[in-house]
Design a protein around this ligand. Structure first.
Ligand code: NAD
Ligand code: MG
Length: 381
């Protein structure tokens, strides 16, 4: 069980929920980081009294230093600050809850500093999964999934962790706000419609990823690395109610599922308390009130991001960093109202087709591929 936590991305949807779990369980917090939300970071510093607070830029850091001059908290900024938070002495665990592959370098830094990782930041594994997993193995560090599907698989695996007996992983997907729509119906989707997720309240980027189903593609890749299962043994099923968070199938065709109300506090808390369980501040699952659970095949023709992710995983090397980087830029352009909703899938597929994939031998290979993908997208925009 985690005793002292460093939180990368403490002002976000996962970060704030993690802080309430820490408060309830008495987990100490040694570092907090935010990109730009200085007001909330200041409040968090006053409440949790970390040793270190990190913010995005030097100018914001100067402002934060003045605001919290009456505390003992040190202030740093930028990627170096994130890495400082990732290797802070006091923490035994680092929660990576920043959004985007900016989390990769700090995650590797934390692993090298022998911190266990509670991983929400899926883009880190999508871009640099081979590096992260081999480094974790080398350093003897555990990576605990926070993503609800991966937490579900992890929880199901507790019943029989023998990999040889596992046939497949079945990841559930809500289908997002546009389930059942045709490409024609999605042509004029607005940012507001895409941000309106039916079941989960999350940060903007992952909410758009859920609407395009890129999120499920990223999660297939994340699952491949976390559980070392070949991508052809990872299925996706649309499950509108988001009650079954994922399943595993054994060689005898027995399927184990993890269920619960859709609330990220459960997987966040389990990642921090594993192997123990504590009461959690979430609703009780009342199946009779829900009535029925439904399942559908994903629509790979309409939601082309999902297809791009599967192709990228099959290709290997830097291909997954390319689709991830292209998607991060495309989502930014969509949120800035510069491209249409359907453009996101086109861009991700075009980046995959146009940029050559290379073998990953170092962090630089991944960063180069990410940069190439972003430049490719900016060239179109
Ligand atoms: P969010 O946008 O709500 O929060 C992101 C956090 O990261 C904030 O604290 C922000 O200040 C920080 N951040 C953003 N850009 C940064 C940058 N360039 N440098 C440093 N810090 C930066 O996002 P979220 O919804 O909490 O998601 C965080 C991660 O967790 C994502 O990778 C997401 O895919 C994953 N995740 C989220 C949920 C969820 O329910 N929100 C569920 C599963 C997985
Ligand atoms: Mg998820």
């Amino acid at each position: 069980m985690t005793e002292n936590l460093s939180i990368l991305g403490s002002t976000g949807s996962i970060g704030t929920q993690a802080l309430s779990v820490c408060e309830k369980l008495g987990i100490r917090v040694s570092a907090l980081t935010a990109n730009s939300n200085i007001g909330l970071l200041e409040q968090q510093v006053r409440k949790f009294r970390p040793k270190l607070a990190v913010i995005g830029t030097k100018a914001l850091a100067e402002d934060l230093r003045i605001r919290i001059a009456d505390t003992d908290t040190k202030v740093s900024f930028g990627i170096d600050g994130l890495c400082e938070a990732a290797m802070i002495d006091e923490a035994d665990t680092v929660l990576t809850a920043v959004v985007g592959m900016v989390g990769l370098k700090p995650t590797l830094t934390a692993i090298r500093a022998h911190k266990n990782i509670a991983l929400a930041n899926k883009e880190t594994l999508v871009a640099g999964g081979s590096l992260v997993m081999s480094e974790a193995e080398k350093e003897g560090v555990r990576i605990y999934p926070v993503d609800s599907e991966h937490s579900a698989v992890f929880q199901c695996l507790q019943s029989c962790p023998d990999k040889k007996l596992l046939k497949k992983l079945i990841l559930t997907a809500s289908g997002g706000p546009f389930f059942g729509k045709t490409r024609d119906e999605l042509k004029d989707v607005t940012v507001e419609q895409a941000l309106n997720h039916p079941n989960w309240s999350m940060g903007a980027k992952i909410t758009i990823d859920s609407a395009t189903m890129m999120n499920k593609g990223l999660e297939v890749i994340e699952a491949r690395w976390l559980f070392d299962v070949p991508v052809e043994n990872i299925d996706v099923v649309v499950h509108r109610e988001s009650i079954i968070h994922s399943m595993i199938e054994y060689c005898d065709n027995s399927v184990i599922a993890q269920l619960g109300v859709p609330d990220m506090k459960i997987p966040i808390q389990y990642a921090l308390t594993y192997p123990d369980r504590y009461s959690c501040d979430v609703g009780v699952l009342e199946l009779a009130k829900i009535g029925k659970l439904t399942f559908f095949e994903p629509d790979y023709e309409t939601f082309r991001c999902l297809t791009a992710c599967k192709k990228a995983m099959a290709k290997g090397g830097t291909a997954t960093a390319i689709v991830n980087g292209a998607n991060e830029e495309a989502v930014r352009l969509f949120l800035d109202r510069k491209i249409s909703f359907l453009d996101i899938g086109e861009i991700v597929n075009n980046a995959f087709d146009s940029i050559e994939s290379r073998t990953v031998t170092s962090l630089d290979d991944v960063l180069d591929a990410d940069r190439a993908a972003r430049e490719f997208v900016k060239g179109i925009g």
